[in-house]
Ligand binder design. Structure first.
Ligand SMILES: [Zn+2]
Length: 171
């Protein structure tokens, strides 16, 4: 894709790069989920699209679950505002709470309900979004031991390790 790879840029700060299998997994996800989950049908037809990791892949790799980089359960399609491809920036605002060094672990629920169909300006003005932004996930290098344990617990509870299936091979 021609889009800016914000997730890849952030992961590179920690010496982590995407799996060579990522482009195929990304394409398979777009085939399955070809629209922004946060946009009403038809609203994202001109927008750039990003396949976003619910649990950011470099955290998954660093904290013991590299399989989740390539696991379809951990992916969601969101729109992005780029030159010539206007969108509501749901990737930045709902996926990352306005900072690509952070992430919104409630992105699926928030895209489908809390901020569904909302324009970027309305999301920024929403007290629910402002409250989330104020206590968002710390960048990997700023996490405490307790932060890391909470992240691992959330990740392993939501997406238990699959002992069979093609995505368990690792990166
Ligand atoms: Zn959208």
């Amino acid at each position: 894709m021609a889009n800016v790879d914000h997730g890849g840029v952030e992961a590179a700060r920690f010496g982590i790069s995407r799996s060579p299998k990522w482009p195929a997994v990304e394409k398979a996800h777009l085939d399955k989920q070809p629209r922004c989950v946060c946009c009403k049908p038809g609203a994202d037809t001109k927008a750039a699209l990003q396949v976003h990791h619910i649990f950011p892949f470099h955290y998954c790799i660093a904290l013991g679950r590299p399989d989740l980089e390539l696991d379809q359960r951990n992916l969601i399609t969101l729109c992005e505002d780029e030159a010539g491809k206007p969108g509501e920036n749901h990737h930045l605002l709902v996926g990352h709470l306005d900072d690509f060094q952070s992430s919104n672990l409630s992105v699926v629920e928030d895209a489908k309900t809390t901020f569904y169909g909302m324009a970027a300006a309305a999301i920024r003005a929403d007290p629910k979004w402002q409250a989330k932004e104020a206590k968002r996930l710390a960048p990997l290098d700023k996490m405490t031991a307790a932060d890391k344990q909470a992240f691992k617990d959330a990740m392993n509870t939501r997406f238990p390790l699959q002992t069979t299936g093609p995505s368990h091979a690792g990166a």
